[in-house]
Design a protein around this ligand. Structure first.
Ligand code: TXA
Ligand code: MG
Length: 324
């Protein structure tokens, strides 16, 4: 395979000149372009085979820069930024004129994130212009959490900065805050669960605000929310049965999917949500080199609220759920 690893300075120069480069963040690798070049932004969509109706996240290296991209910055975002930025939280707000509708897919809102990865920050500061960056994978596929994943996803044709394995491992939490009529009361639309949990958001906001979570339903405004997304090459099957003998499960899966499967891979999520998130996508990839079924057991132990982002991604990756 063609090697596509480049150093930080090369990446900064390429991005400045209007090329696209894959960069590490703490969540997943992103495919970046400066936001003020239509041509570069189009290249992102083309390389990913991403439909133009799926808006991009804009990455910044300060809260000031984020505010400059918006027309109206809800006051709760100051508290959230203080608590979680730089970090795996993406905030949606009405966009300013600096943000083209190519980035937002025609929406009047923009999604902004201040990532927490030393190389991402060095690149953002070096380029000096915010960078639009969706996850660096082909549309609908598993997001990359290592530079090698990006190389294999694009057969070495996209330059990538190697920042090591991503610490968080699933994408950022995406939310939009809306003020209600009641004093200090906000509605938090959770567009995508991710690196920051509801409990963390609740804790950060409760001293000052009353909040109510609303889950955003599948809408073209947030295709990260399409029911099928993040799909590895092998079928993923969620196992909720009390009998989990592999032979029986393989037979049931073959019957349900209308295709014969003889090999099973068990992906054990373990008992620690952060650890499970960090390794999930790499394991999806590793377990897809030969054809087989990836079984994942859902248990009492791994289905609490801290596991929301993991089950969201596993749910979108899964073809079926087997129950008793
Ligand atoms: O962790 C992350 O967020 C990674 C890293 C690279 O930062 N990026 C990422 O980007 O996951 P992407 O494009 O794969 O997912 C962005 C999600 C999509 O589901 C998109 O629909 C949603 O954010 N989004 C972007 N702008 C939006 C907007 N204005 N309103 C609602 N959803 C929006
Ligand atoms: Mg993505």
């Amino acid at each position: 395979m063609i090697m596509a690893i480049v150093d930080l300075n090369t990446a900064i120069q390429r991005l400045k000149a209007g090329h696209i480069v894959a960069i590490p963040t703490e969540t997943v690798y992103g495919l970046a372009a400066r936001i003020d070049r239509e041509q570069s932004l189009r290249q992102i969509f083309e390389a990913k085979k991403r439909p133009f109706f799926d808006p991009l996240i804009v990455h910044v290296s300060s809260v000031e820069q984020a505010r400059g991209l918006t027309r109206n910055w809800p006051e709760v975002y100051d508290t959230l930024a203080e608590a979680f930025w730089p970090g795996p939280l993406t905030l949606i707000a009405p966009k300013s004129d600096l943000v083209s509708t190519l980035i937002t897919s025609g929406l009047e809102t923009v999604a902004v994130r201040y990532p927490n990865h030393p190389m991402a920050l060095e690149i953002l500061r070096g380029v000096g212009v915010p960078l639009a960056a969706p996850s660096a994978n082909l549309f609908g596929q598993t997001s990359p959490t290592q530079a090698e994943h990006v190389e294999s996803e694009f057969s070495g044709h996209i330059m990538v900065v190697d920042g090591g394995p991503c610490r968080v491992g699933v994408e950022s939490t995406v939310l939009q805050a809306e003020k209600t009529d009641k004093p200090n009361h906000w509605r938090i639309l959770l567009m995508r669960p991710g690196g920051i949990s509801r409990a963390q958001i609740q804790t950060a906001l409760t001293p000052k605000y009353k909040i109510e979570f609303v889950s955003a339903h599948s809408s073209p405004a947030s295709p990260g929310h399409l029911p099928a997304h993040y799909q590895p090459r092998n079928p993923v099957v969620i196992v909720e049965t009390s009998d989990f003998s592999t032979d029986k499960l393989l037979k049931d899966t073959s019957a349900l999917l209308g295709k014969e499967f003889s090999r099973a891979y068990w992906l054990d999520l373990g008992g620690q949500p952060e650890q499970a998130a960090r390794t999930l996508y790499d394991r999806f990839r590793r377990l897809s080199t030969d054809s087989g079924v990836i079984f994942i057991r859902r248990t009492q132990q791994n289905s609490g609220q801290d596991w929301e982002a993991i089950w969201d991604r596993v749910g979108r990756a899964a073809s079926v759920t087997l129950k008793d």
